[in-house]
Design a protein around this ligand. Structure first.
Ligand code: ACM
Ligand code: ZN
Length: 725
């Protein structure tokens, strides 16, 4: 009953369509009044503080006020002043008929105040073409973040992202008062930062495929692609971020995840013959730096000292995650070190390694930041920041050890995870959308308020393995679709909205105003879809936010606007989606659309099978098959049906969604109606080929065109066969 009452009150509040009530992240205190301020082109910007000069220029990019003065006129001005009695990121914003005043503890608070001002204006402010005069909604705000660290991690190692797109992302996060960019610059798949003392690292390690020595484990092999940032570009990004109150924390992931580094400098590998070379090209894919070679620390210092100089941040992320300890155990020197010190646990050696690198960083004035695995050895400095990614419980263990801890449990915050069952995305860390991200609740995770008070902050990463599989110019849009609005929820957590508050209230803030803001920010965000229902012959879709619902029937390009339930015997035949100013939901369909046929099928191949995941599993339809070796040009996989299969679509696919390296990167599909003569019908894209309305298929053959150098085995999937309507 109480809940119902609350909902009713909330509904009334929602109906007052005020910008102020829909600010994201929600301010700590806000009171609305009727004294709106009108910004005209004659409005003055008042700022006397030299330290705020970059912010003044920034503000004028968005709001075209002509005069900037140091002393306030009587009225008609926007003033930004610093009051050192406030915390650095704290601010107060007051609106009256005469003026808007932002009083802030420092640059960060002033920037936060400016962002709140933007959200009190029409969303066109984000296009930098706000028409003046424009009304600022009357309200008074007192605000500060609960957590000092509100971060987003961008992985440009798996997939290189042009500098312009990184700058764009800095805009996106800073609009949400997210103040840290954790920049994952290096990993097995690429080295993205110019190192002048070791130029090959970026010049060679920034590219893969083709003639590159870097045989990274993901992606295509027949073309060379990639990129890196020059030191000047890095400085440009750092400076751009600083204006936007974003601190950039670089990451060089060590001692694991270092395949690129080790392809360029094999002398840094452990000292044993690797018998597990890839068959093609004698490819050595070891990725752990030898911890006991003294010369490695000399090279690392040369590299890290250059990177330290590029980033003003006090923190430098040195990785520490997912170290394959078997490489150290096979190394005579590393295993001797463990034995001589009375250890069997490889983490003790990782601790020694982290300690050495930490000492290097200290020489250059930096504290380490690490993934949670590196926090348990005992040697990590208490000045370190620890990124807790495994789970909230692991974060707690890290905190109990006295470390400043960033919360990013994967099942809430890993933004490369798919958002619903049939959408693209990684699968290993869960399947969740913005609602789940918003629902993170310290109390439900077993934290006391005292414990919460010691949390450093939140972060959400975008790991780009999945991005890689999208390809094409649209990819950047895909990252946006994956990250927003889940990052809006992260911003709210960082601001202290623990427990996610009421989803309905946040959701309303999103669609009533923030969707428009995100459109004007230029973000290709995901609109939360609603359910498609079918009962008594009627197919219906629930309202989707403030979006317009459209649909079309399979087999027709004609698009209709959805106005009410549709009478049909074939509920799965309809494809719905909703749009708001170009932003979209994913497809919304009745679950029966995913009903498939499962005819008996026989899989044979020129490649021997892995007996544990044998080809006879093909008729099981819900398991994968694996090869016993990687593929070579000309290898084939033949699927034969007992009877010709008639269907509306059929997909043949290689690769496991969680391991993109297990697909066939370049190849084609042939089909046969009689099982004897074959016709080439499609090229593989991301390891798969889908045929719409094919002729009856008795057999289909995947043919490998380019050898796959990056992996030891290929995964095959049973065909996905959708029946004719
Ligand atoms: C991680 O996801 N390996 C930090
Ligand atoms: Zn070693």
């Amino acid at each position: 009953m109480k809940r119902l009452l609350l909902m009713a009150v909330a509904a009334i509040a929602f109906s007052v369509s005020a910008y102020a009530a829909a600010i994201i992240p929600q301010p700590q205190s806000l009171s609305e009044h009727n004294n709106d301020f009108v910004i005209k082109s004659s409005t003055s910007l008042v700022c006397a503080e030299a330290e705020l000069a970059p912010l003044v220029d920034y503000l004028r990019e968005y709001i075209d006020v002509k005069s900037v003065v140091k002393v306030a006129p009587k009225r008609n001005y926007i003033a930004i002043v610093v009051d050192k009695s406030l915390a650095e990121e704290e601010y107060a914003l007051t609106v009256s008929r005469d003026a808007v005043k932002i009083t802030a503890g420092g640059y960060g608070g002033a920037f936060n105040g400016v962002q709140t001002l933007f959200q009190l204006l029409p969303s066109a402010v984000y296009t930098k073409h706000l028409r003046l005069p424009a009304e600022v909604e009357g309200c008074d705000v007192k605000d500060k973040p609960k957590f000092a660290y509100r971060g987003f991690m961008l992985d440009v190692a798996r997939t290189f992202m042009e500098k312009e797109n990184v700058l764009r992302y800095i805009d996106y996060i800073s609009y949400h008062k997210i103040n840290k960019l954790h920049w994952h610059l290096c990993d097995n798949q690429g080295w993205r930062v110019e190192i002048k003392s070791h130029p090959d690292l970026a010049k060679k390690g920034g590219f893969r495929g083709g003639d590159s020595p870097v045989r990274a484990s993901l992606g295509k092999w027949n073309e060379k692609y990639g990129g890196y940032y020059t030191q000047d570009e890095i400085r440009e990004v750092v400076a751009y971020a600083a204006v936007r109150n974003v601190e950039v924390i670089p990451e060089i992931d060590l001692p694991g995840h270092s395949e690129t580094l080790l392809r360029i400098y094999p002398q840094m590998l452990c000292n044993y013959e690797n018998k597990k070379l890839h068959r093609n090209g004698n490819y050595d894919s070891r990725n752990v730096v030898c911890a006991t070679k003294e010369s490695n620390y000399t090279i690392l210092e040369e590299i890290l000292s250059e990177v330290c100089a590029l980033f003003p941040s006090k923190f430098f992320h040195i990785g520490g995650d997912e170290v394959d300890m078997s490489q150290w155990k096979k190394c005579p020197e590393c295993s001797a070190w463990l034995k001589n010190n009375g250890y069997t646990d490889g983490y003790k050696l990782e601790d020694m390694f982290i300690g050495r690198v930490q000492a290097i960083l200290a020489k250059y004035g930096k504290n380490p930041s690490v993934w949670n695995e590196a926090a348990f050895g005992g040697g990590l400095s208490k000045k370190a920041l620890v990124h807790g990614w495994k789970s909230a419980q692991v974060c707690k263990q890290v905190m109990m050890k006295g470390y400043r801890t960033i919360f990013m449990p994967q099942e809430f915050f890993y933004l490369d995870m798919r958002q619903s069952k049939h959408e693209t995305g990684a699968v290993w860390g869960g399947c969740f959308d913005v609602r789940k991200t918003y629902s993170f609740d310290f109390a439900k995770e077993g934290f006391t308020p005292e414990e919460v008070a010691t949390v450093e902050g939140f972060e959400a990463p975008y790991w780009s393995e999945v991005f890689l599989s999208q390809g094409g110019d649209k990819s950047i849009d895909f990252i946006e679709f994956m990250t927003f609005p889940r990052l809006c929820a992260l911003a709210e957590h960082g601001w202290g909205k623990n427990g996610g508050g009421e989803w309905e209230e946040f959701h309303h803030r999103l669609y009533s105003h923030h969707y428009d803001r995100m459109v004007d920010m230029g973000i290709n965000f995901r609109i939360t879809p609603s359910e498609v229902k079918y009962a008594n012959g009627l197919l219906s879709v629930e309202k989707v936010d403030n979006a317009v619902i459209y649909y079309r029937e399979d087999g027709s390009d004609k698009v209709f606007r959805y106005k009410g339930a549709i009478r049909t015997e074939q509920p799965g035949k309809y494809l719905f989606w909703a749009e708001h100013r170009g932003a979209k939901t994913p497809d919304m369909v009745h679950p029966s659309r995913y009903n498939t046929l499962k005819p008996k099928v026989t899989l044979t191949s020129s490649v021997p099978e892995n007996p544990k995941y044998g080809y006879s599993r093909a008729s099981g339809y819900d398991t994968n098959m694996r090869t016993a070796r990687t593929c070579q040009k000309g290898d084939w996989f033949l699927f034969e049906f007992d009877e010709p299969v008639e269907c509306r679509s059929i997909e043949f696919a290689s690769g496991n969604a969680a391991v993109p390296s297990s697909l066939i990167p370049v190849g084609y599909l042939e089909v046969s109606e009689d099982g004897k003569s074959f016709e080439r019908v499609a090229d593989l894209v991301s390891g798969a080929a889908k045929l719409e309305n094919p002729r009856p298929i008795k057999a289909a053959r995947i043919v490998v065109e380019a050898p796959y150098l990056g992996n030891t085995a290929i995964t095959l999937r049973s065909p996905i066969i959708y029946p004719k309507w």
